[in-house]
Design a protein around this ligand. Structure first.
Ligand SMILES: *Cc1c(COP(=O)(O)O)cnc(C)c1O
Length: 392
């Protein structure tokens, strides 16, 4: 097979050669000044990119680990939390909360929309709502392609003077959509290595506020490996509760330098917006034949990281995925849960530029045509038009 396969999955994402090379080196002693410096400056830079003024806790884990750490540190058994169920990932996080003995109040959004501020206002004003200690939500819900307006959520809590901690899974949005932990007053903000950070799976983080630190110290729940109190001590070994992931830190250092070389996190999110606009323009044009549509019903909630495309009628999304992968060398995300078999997801986050996204869209269009799915014309032209208007 000639050429390369395009990974248009919403995670893991493309790993730039630079990051791979930075990781391909011998291990170093993690007790040295050299390693502590590398770790400290990497965490400082990552905090700066998240605009997160408080401590940043790192884990050698997937996003699921960051979920578990965050929930078990912030909330004791029996605590009430409001879980914004906006898709597969947030739903699973809610199931994890229940497994850890939390009293989960499920706030449903219907999996085609983000968190509606008026509905949230109502839920938090009720008698049950007043007892809520944490509002948990996914900023970008990767299974549905929907991004929630965090400023609107923050405004609801402020308006009600509600004390609940605002706990945000920004796993799919960090580096793709503007995210300012300080201005948005997030108490916990979760991220991982294998999405916008362009790295292999294996590192996860929670940026936490002073209120979150206090909540963790008040919380008497038994915990050990994930315990933030244990990890808040600066030395590398303790910080990761075991041997630090040295090679991932090499990779992280390189990823953060790449972000700065591009012009900082705002430049990176602007590129994501542009590439996402190109994808949306193509999908919009394809949708004119009536056989497919965006899963996200509200235009302003369509995410910069992933576009979830629903097929209308009898068309088989799994066939599209298979043809795209096997004949056109593009892999994409499948529909999850109720969207299984009827949707496919185009990931457009991480290390991507104009020719990569045009190539992917061209191959996806070819796959749709091969599968006999009626599509409107001009998708690629619309995408190219968007890209042509950018000034870099
Ligand atoms: C990918 C993802 C997760 C899960 O991360 P893992 O590393 O696979 O555990 C959680 N939440 C969101 C929004 C995601 O996109």
């Amino acid at each position: 097979m000639s050429g390369r396969t395009f990974i248009q999955n919403p995670g893991p994402t493309n790993i730039p050669e630079r990051i791979l090379r930075a990781m391909a080196r011998p291990a170093i002693d993690f007790g040295t000044e050299q390693f502590s410096q590398l770790l400290d400056t990497s965490l400082e830079d990552l905090s700066r990119h998240m605009a997160s003024p408080g401590p940043l806790i790192g884990y050698t884990s997937t996003g699921h680990g960051a979920w578990e750490a965050t929930v078990t540190n912030l909330f004791d058994i029996g605590a009430s939390v409001l879980l914004c169920d906006s898709g597969h990932f947030s739903h699973r996080w809610g199931e994890m909360c229940e497994a850890h003995g939390l009293n989960v109040q499920w706030f449903e959004t219907g999996w085609q929309q983000g968190v509606n501020p008026d509905a949230l206002h109502e839920a938090l004003s009720s008698e049950d709502g007043k007892r809520i200690e944490g509002v948990l939500l996914a900023h970008t819900e990767t299974s549905t392609g929907v991004t929630t307006d965090l400023e609107a959520v923050r405004a609801v809590l402020d308006d009600l003077d509600h004390e609940a901690l605002l706990v945000v899974d920004s796993i799919a949005s960090f580096g793709c959509t503007p995210l300012y932990v300080d201005e948005m007053k997030l108490d916990a903000c979760l991220a991982v290595s294998q999405k916008g950070l362009m790295m292999p799976v294996g590192l996860a983080f929670t940026g936490i506020s002073e209120r979150a630190v206090a909540a963790a110290y008040r919380n008497s729940r038994q915990r050990f490996y994930w315990d933030w109190r244990r990890r808040l001590e600066a030395e590398g070994y303790r910080m990761f509760c075991g041997t630090p992931p040295i090679h991932h830190i090499f990779g992280l250092r390189e990823a953060l330098s790449m972000i700065d070389e591009e012009g900082g996190i705002d430049a990176v999110t602007t590129r994501h917006q542009l590439i996402a606009d190109a994808v949306r323009a193509a999908v919009q044009a394809w949708s004119c034949a009536g056989a497919l549509d965006f899963n996200a019903v509200n235009e302003h909630e369509r995410s910069n990281s992933v576009t979830c495309v629903r097929l209308i009628g009898e068309h088989d999304a799994n066939q599209v995925l298979q043809v795209a992968r096997e004949r056109f060398d593009v892999t994409m995300g499948s529909g999850i849960g109720p969207l299984a078999g009827t949707a496919f997801r185009i990931g457009h986050l991480g290390d991507l530029n104009a020719p990569m996204i045009m190539g992917a869209l061209g191959a996806i269009e070819a796959a749709l045509r091969s599968c006999g799915i009626p599509i409107g014309s001009g998708g690629l032209e619309a995408a190219a038009n968007i890209l042509s208007e950018s000034r870099r």
